[in-house]
Design a protein around this ligand. Structure first.
Ligand code: DUC
Ligand code: ZN
Ligand code: ZN
Length: 471
């Protein structure tokens, strides 16, 4: 029987094993693993390369309303294109509810933005900004049943921050429906207090963004989120963790047997607060929340990745153009860091950074790399084993990886809609040479070869982590 594609001569790595083996694909799925598998319409030579499950980035933002006069730099076309250039085959963007809006209306708008536009597969998390009885009692249970099985809640930001009571209500709904709650953990009042004080002292440059939300602000909120989840007896994922104190809160909870999970991101491994100190407004390129911290925090994040305190490594890709009045250089942002759009691009740089800084430098092994960039995302968010592994029956979502290619990251390699990368000049070893989504190449040797619209919307199962809490 002829296959559509055979990937020949590579070294396959999953979250648990590394082995020399060919991969045969038919109708978008992996159908055979082994040697001398037989004829195929296309044979891809992967000699000297790694054959890995495609990256799954479970934390990205595309086409998100970002306030008056500010425009996010990526829509679904450019965001998923950039994802493919970085070796990703599935991304999970957020569908952001706005105050007063129903979740169904928010979803309708996001589906309209994504429909026919995607190069890789996508599935939405829901952001709950308006936890009304209608949303909690009617909409969420129906939407979880329809495959929207994870929600994010914010403890900070005007128009997004939930009170502790609202957090508890959302968590209780998650428990009843078997959904997984993701938490942005920073103390809103503390940030407002610090921001007001800094502005009163004339400290308005971008680098004061970091001073406005120091580690204690994140650590306190992390502790509180975990405590609320403990009260409700529901699993939680603390996203974009930046430092040791917050990591230790998660570790302590895990040690007590609580179902608390953690995520960290590239910016907390290779950037520091000092990056926000560029001349003029240059520091705005690094404004994200939580902010990058210091070397000791980077070490803590590595420890969390190594020891399993963090089970997923995501980009938190949240792109704004720099040299653009609708981006980082919005006129209001020049008056105070308070108004600089929060977020940085990273979907294409995530895998190279973790491979180079992690695998090549001996901090994590290859199987842990696969777990942190792909398998654990699929397992956490209800996509496994369709996604996140190389196994017979799984979707043929594969990245062929050159483990020896060394280059300096430059923005032109990443193909996103922004005009800069915060990782410009960072030298990495390890780079994707082919990204395949359900058996079709999307990126090959730095060229876009896929078609817009090949990326499909994925409805998801309930997270196995969350289902355990039900009942
Ligand atoms: N939180 C995110 O998850 N992404 C970007 C900005 C933010 O605060
Ligand atoms: Zn967040
Ligand atoms: Zn985010």
């Amino acid at each position: 029987m002829t296959f559509d594609v055979v990937i020949r001569g590579g070294t396959v790595a999953t979250a648990s094993d590394t082995f020399a083996c060919d991969v045969a694909i038919r109708d978008g799925r992996i159908v055979a693993l082994g040697h001398d598998l037989g004829p195929a319409a296309e044979v891809i030579d992967a000699t000297g390369k790694l054959v890995l499950p495609g990256g799954i980035d479970s934390h990205v933002h595309f086409a998100q309303p970002s306030g008056p006069d500010v425009v996010m730099a990526d829509d679904f076309a450019s965001g998923t294109r950039s994802a493919a250039f970085g070796g990703n085959t599935t991304v999970l963007p957020f569908c952001m509810q706005e105050k007063g809006q129903s979740l169904r209306a928010a979803l309708k708008a996001y589906h309209a933005k994504a429909e026919g536009e995607c190069y890789v597969d996508v599935s939405f998390h829901l952001v709950i900004a308006d936890a009304t009885p209608q949303v909690l009692g009617q909409e969420l249970p129906a939407l979880v049943a329809d495959g929207y099985t994870s929600f994010k809640v914010f403890m900070t930001y005007e128009g997004l921050a939930l009170s502790d009571r609202e957090m508890l209500e959302v968590m209780a709904t998650a428990r009843e429906t078997g959904a997984l709650v993701m938490v942005h953990a920073e103390n809103y009042d503390a940030i407002r207090f610090m921001t007001d004080r800094l502005e009163q002292a004339g400290k308005t440059a971008p680098h004061f963004h970091a001073a406005s939300r120091p580690i204690v602000v994140e650590r306190e909120a992390t502790h509180r989120a975990i405590s609320l989840a403990e009260l409700v007896d529901v699993p939680v994922m603390i996203v974009h963790v930046s430092n040791r104190e917050s990591m230790e809160e998660i570790r302590r909870a895990q040690g007590k047997g609580l179902k608390v999970y953690g995520e960290t991101c590239p910016q907390y491994l290779v950037l520091t607060e000092a990056d926000l100190e560029g001349l003029n407004m240059e520091g705005a390129k690094y404004v994200c929340s939580p902010p990058p911290r210091d070397r000791a925090s980077q070490d803590a994040c590595w420890e969390g990745l190594r020891t399993g305190v963090f089970s997923v490594f995501s980009s938190d890709h949240c792109p704004f153009r720099y040299d653009d009045p609708q981006g980082k250089l919005t006129p209001k942002g020049r008056t105070s860091f308070r108004w600089v759009p929060n977020g940085i691009p990273g979907v294409a740089a995530r895998l190279p950074i973790l491979f180079s800084e992690g695998v090549v430098k001996g901090r994590i092994d290859l199987n842990r790399f696969v777990a942190l960039t792909s398998t654990n995302h699929a397992k956490t968010y209800g996509l496994y084993p369709r996604k996140g592994t190389i196994a017979i029956g799984s979707d043929a979502d594969i990245v062929i990886w050159d483990p020896e290619r060394t280059l300096a990251i430059t923005h032109d390699l990443l193909k996103d809609g922004s005009d800069y990368t915060p990782y410009e000049g960072l030298e990495v070893t390890g780079w994707p040479v082919l990204t395949m989504v359900r058996g079709r190449a999307v990126m090959r040797d730095g060229e876009l070869v896929g078609t817009k619209g090949h990326g499909a919307y994925l409805t998801r199962e309930r997270s196995p982590l969350a289902q355990a809490a039900q009942g």
